[in-house]
Design a protein around this ligand. Sequence first.
Ligand code: PGA
Length: 260
Amino acid sequence: MANARRPVIAGNWKMFKTTHEATTFVESLWQKVQSLNSAELPDIVICPPFTALASVQTCIAKLGAPFLVAAQTMESRDNGAYTGEISPLMLADLGIQWVVLGHSERRQYFNETDETVAQKTVAALKHGITPIVCVGEQLMERENGLTDAVIEQQVRAVLTQISAADLPSIVIAYEPVWAIGTGKVCEAPEANRVCALIRHFVSEYGDAKQTRVLYGGSVKADNTQALMGQSDIDGGLVGGASLEAESFVGIIKQACLVKA
Ligand code: PGA
């Protein structure tokens, strides 16, 4: 084993799948995953849209599948006059264990900032929900040599707001924006360099050895081994390739091979 951190493969469905499609996917995924060696399985996290969270949760419980469920975002406050928002209290009430925070699409289209992402991270931890905090540079930033500075700012914004005791409970996903949904994957050594840099920043706030750092951006079965074989990449946050059970299980299989 490359390290003691349990690998994570998370499938972010974004704004796709009705409840029926969601439960059909879960049943099909479970059928395929059962043939794999359970001792080698990564944490498998499914991130459905809000409307499918409850039915996916119920379906997983019925099957007895070892899948974790994540919301794709949430509000930081527990309740209040915030029309349309979903709170951590509500997610915890459904038994949702994980949440994706600060995805670049949330930052780009829904005005999420480093500050709100930090507030949401604190709120998730308060409710025992594992946050997957997404960070990543835009293409222009990379071309201007700003990658490391952007990552540092995004990561520190969160790290300054949480305690050292919470470091093992947070997951950070390095998702270069130019690699999301483009088919342009960040080369594994460079993705690893940035993930190691993230771990270095974490280490300034406490023990970083247990914090899982994922890579996201055009992860497919055929690049999973190269990425996850790296020292500081503990898994993948998968968008497009998580929409079909066949392609998602392909990634899970590759992850089992690497970290076995
Ligand atoms: P992608 O999306 O795998 O389709 O590039 C990744 C993400 O948005 O998390």
